[in-house]
Design a protein around this ligand. Structure first.
Ligand code: SAH
Length: 261
């Protein structure tokens, strides 16, 4: 059966994107196969698409009828201040546009989606959030690292490694003490400090660790190492953004799952 036919058999009743409404949608980690049908439908309906750098051009291209607004930001460097993005969303909605605000991953996971939603609420603009696969889960999946495994971990921590506001900075020592795996977003720039704090809290140097770079994209790469050699491995392997840092016993399952042990 074709994909089109399979979708038709779902008998979906697509949610309708009304003029003057804003949908905050997640595009997933990159691979168009990770899109949800709701987000695909949003792209088909939008007449204004406001998107980030982390969204793949293939996905943006689906909304061929929409006017595109690129508000890219990467690695914590804002090319367009958040206030201007908020103002753009409000302006487009007030003009009666059907607005889709498309972000990488999940809009409510380290994506400032909630900040934008708060502004829209204050401005009385109707909005809804549409899930996307967050890069931690998309990345672990494509790297063959299980997020949980009985006997290994009973929890998994998603943390930001880059906090512009000090209140958002994770308490690394407290996270280390849980003994649970940690997936770090935006972790490259402050990696040395993060590793030092985790080590100081007693996380052993031989704790398995990995970088998952460009997860789910054609140029995806996984570099496995350990907490004690994480910083050196990043330099040696020239790990670039976007990349996730995964720390914990789940990483060592990868080799076994791939038949390398
Ligand atoms: N809302 C997004 C996260 C935005 S923060 C989500 O839910 O995934 C940006 C960080 O996400 C990057 O610094 C990187 O750590 C991670 N990231 C996003 N896409 C990625 C990808 N394809 N591969 C690896 N990491 C990715």
């Amino acid at each position: 059966m074709s994909l089109e036919k399979a979708i038709a058999r779902l008998n979906l009743e697509p949610k309708v994107l009304e003029p003057g409404h804003v949908w905050l949608a997640g595009a997933g980690p990159g691979d168009p196969g990770c899109l949800t049908l709701d987000v695909l439908s949003a792209l088909a309906q939008a007449d204004a698409l406001v998107h980030d750098a982390l969204v793949s051009p293939k996905i943006v291209a689906v909304a061929e009828q929409a006017e595109k607004f690129f508000v890219g930001k990467r690695g914590g460097r804002l090319s367009i201040p958040q206030g201007e993005i908020n103002a753009l969303l409000v302006k487009l909605a007030r003009e009666g546009r059907k607005v889709v605000r498309l972000k990488g991953g999940h809009p409510f996971v380290f994506g400032r989606g909630a900040e934008e939603a708060l502004v829209l609420t204050r401005e009385n603009i109707p909005w809804r959030a549409l899930s996307g696969i967050t890069s931690a889960f998309g990345g672990l999946t494509s790297a063959n690292i299980p997020a949980t495994m009985r006997g290994v971990n009973g929890a998994i921590i998603l943390a930001t490694g880059f906090a512009a506001v000090s209140d958002d900075r994770p308490d690394w020592a407290a996270l280390a003490r849980t003994g649970q795996p940690i997936v770090i977003y935006m972790g490259l720039t402050q990696m040395a400090d993060t590793v030092a704090e985790l080590r100081a809290a007693g996380l052993p140097a031989d704790t398995p660790a990995a970088f998952v770079e460009n997860a789910s994209m054609p140029q995806e790469r996984t570099v496995t190492t350990s907490l004690g050699t994480l910083v050196e491995a990043a330099a040696l392997e020239k790990v670039v953004s976007p990349s996730l840092i995964v720390i914990g016993g789940i990483v060592s399952l990868r080799a076994e799952l791939m038949g390398q042990k």
